[in-house]
Structure formats: C-alpha cells, structure tokens
Write a protein that binds this ligand. Structure first.
Ligand code: PEP
Ligand code: MN
Length: 334
C-alpha cells in the first residue's frame, strides 16, 4: 500500500502514523522527494481500512498496489534512483558506459583494455574474476588474483570496477569492487541475494536466461529488502527459439522496467547476441530505448580470449561505438 502525504506535513504526525503502522508489524518505507512524500507499507495490508487512513489530516491519497514487488516499485519511489560507484553515477540521467573483457586474464591484458576503454569514454571497467562457465573444463577465471589485477587497473586509470560474485563467502574479496555483479545464472540464488542486502556497494543484477521481468524485479526486491537500496537491473538477453544469436535481446524490457521500477537499467548487448559485429546495433537500440547504461565486452585480442572472444569488440571498434552512443543519446534527449 502507498500512502501519499500532503506537502509540508508535520514530521511529528508522519512519525505518529509510521509508528502506528510498525506496531501492527508492517514495514514502512519513507520516500521524501522534492515534491512528494510517500509512505510505502509492506506486509499484508488487506485488513487495513483505506478510508480511515485517507481521513487523516496529513494524508492526500491511499493507493493499494497489486504488484508483488514493493521496494523496487516506482509507485513507492516515483523519482529515478541514482547510484554512486567509485565516484561515477548511474541513473536519473547519468549514463554508465561499462566496458572490459569477459575475463581478467593477465596484467598486460587488463591494463591494455582498461587504458583503451578509458580513452574511448568508458565510465567503468568490467572484468570477470570468478567465471560461471557451462563446462567445468573451461577457464574458470583468475579468482582473487583477477580481482587484484582489476584493483591495479583501477589505481592506474581511475575507472570504478565491476566484477561478478558467485559465492557469498567471497564477499570480503570484493571490498574494493565498486559494483558487484550477480550473473544471469545466479539471478534466483536467493541466499546470495539476501546476503548482498548487507553489502555496501551497488549490485548489478542480470536477468536470468529464462526469467520474466517480474521475476527479475522480485530478485531485486530481495536485495532491497535485505537493506541495500542500490540495485542496477541488467537486461542481457533471454533464451528463445532463435538460434542465429546466442540469446535474444529483449529491448522491450528497458521501457517496461523503467516504468515499473525506479532502479537504473543497463543493457548488455554482448551476451545478448554473442556476435561482436552485431553489438553496435543492439547498443544503439538500447540507448534509444532509454537504457541508463551499457555493459560491453572489449578485448585487446578477441581471437585469443579465454572466454567470449566471439562477442568481444576490439578497442578501436569500441571507440567508434562510444562515439555513436554519444550521438544517439543526444538525438533522443527530450
Ligand atoms: C558476464 O558478464 O561475463 C557473464 C557471465 O554474464 P551473464 O551472467 O549475463 O551470462
Ligand atoms: Mn562474458
């Protein structure tokens, strides 16, 4: 349930109402925007008398919400959430261009890519250290050493870093990681999500291969309910009957997610199609559709990459794409 309060309601009365609700075991989420103040009431509100609450002096309107997701719901929080990671911002008009290799492979590789993407205009550096691979015989990532190499790349370039966590026992290793990624395969690892509610960094939550938009939002809800308000949603393609591309980019997820939720939405066109030459077209489509950011795989020598080489752009291709992204962003500016 959403309780919209009248402007300039006295704090004492807001507190009084909040206490009355919490005494009845509801969780109350206060959102104070520039123009409106909203109380989000979480719990089974079916027994609450809407008319009695509407009768209170400070209440403008009471809205029952039917969606099962609450804290991530835009109705709870009408303004876009803006997240800060290592000095960079995302959401509410701040665009994030996240680029880097699928996997961190060596000092030389991550440094070369980091310098190149920074020069091209990337705002954050990605790199996998713990890799969720379909085959146990494939490269599994450099693990803690990979995170250390990312830290060194951050120290040199100043780019905030994004890396995937697979096991909550590794959380300490992620202390200096600016954004913690939850991969598509872990989107419904509820224990992991709940624990990430205790992390202080934003979580970049990727949509599962076969998950609906509602399921993605419910997973984000776990992190917010656990106490971390900073989740970035990521559309990275879903599995369909199509075989020409690795997955199918669900571009409609961008406006739908932005309508339903206040959280920033990032698109990963690399995993969505799996083919480097199609990454630019999908990137531009995502930007035009209103994405708050892109996450793009870039490798200095894609033909030698230890993972996802076929979908990785060369630095020069990324540079050309970054220029086009800026032009499309300007073109679609309201
Ligand atoms: C990745 O970002 O390298 C990755 C494994 O992504 P996804 O979880 O979307 O497959
Ligand atoms: Mn990858």
């Amino acid at each position: 349930m959403i309780i919209k309060l009248k402007q300039q309601s006295p704090h004492k009365q807001i507190e009084h109402l909040t206490n009355w609700l919490t005494r009845q075991k509801f969780r109350v989420h206060l959102s104070e925007g520039e123009f409106e103040t909203i109380l989000g009431v979480i719990g089974d509100t079916s027994a609450l008398d809407v008319h009695a609450i509407e009768g209170l002096e400070i209440v403008e309107q009471v809205i029952r919400i039917s969606e099962p997701f609450k804290a991530v719901n835009r109705k709870f929080h009408p303004v876009d959430s803006v997240m800060t990671a290592g000095g960079a911002q995302i959401g509410g008009g701040h665009f994030a261009l996240i680029a880097g290799p699928c996997s961190v492979e060596s000092y030389e590789q991550i440094m070369e890519v980091a310098r190149a993407v920074k020069a091209a205009g990337a705002t954050m550096l990605r790199g996998g250290a713990f890799k969720p691979r379909t085959s146990p015989y494939d490269f599994q990532g450099l693990k803690a050493e990979g995170l250390e190499l990312l830290r060194q790349a951050k120290a040199e370039t100043g780019l905030p870093i994004v890396s995937e966590i697979m096991n909550i026992n590794h959380l300490d290793l992620f202390n200096d990681v600016d954004i913690i990624q939850v991969g598509a395969r872990n989107m419904q690892n509820f224990d992991l999500l709940r624990e990430l509610g205790r992390a202080r960094q934003p979580v970049l939550l990727k949509r599962g291969l076969a998950n609906t938009i509602k399921e993605l939002l419910m997973s984000a809800e776990y992190v917010l309910a656990g106490g971390n308000p900073n989740v970035i949603l990521c559309e990275r393609g879903i599995r369909t009957f199509e075989t020409y591309t690795r997955n199918t980019l669900d571009i409609s997820a961008v406006p739908v997610l932005k309508e339903l939720s206040h959280l920033p939405v990032v698109v990963d066109p690399s995993h969505a199609c799996g083919i480097a030459r199609h990454v630019p077209a999908l990137s531009l489509a995502a930007v035009a559709a209103g994405a708050d950011g892109l996450m793009i795989e870039v490798h200095n020598t894609p033909e030698k990459a230890l993972s996802d080489g076929a979908q990785s752009l060369r630095p020069s291709q990324f540079e050309a794409l970054a220029r086009q992204v800026r032009r499309v962003r300007e073109a679609v500016q309201p």
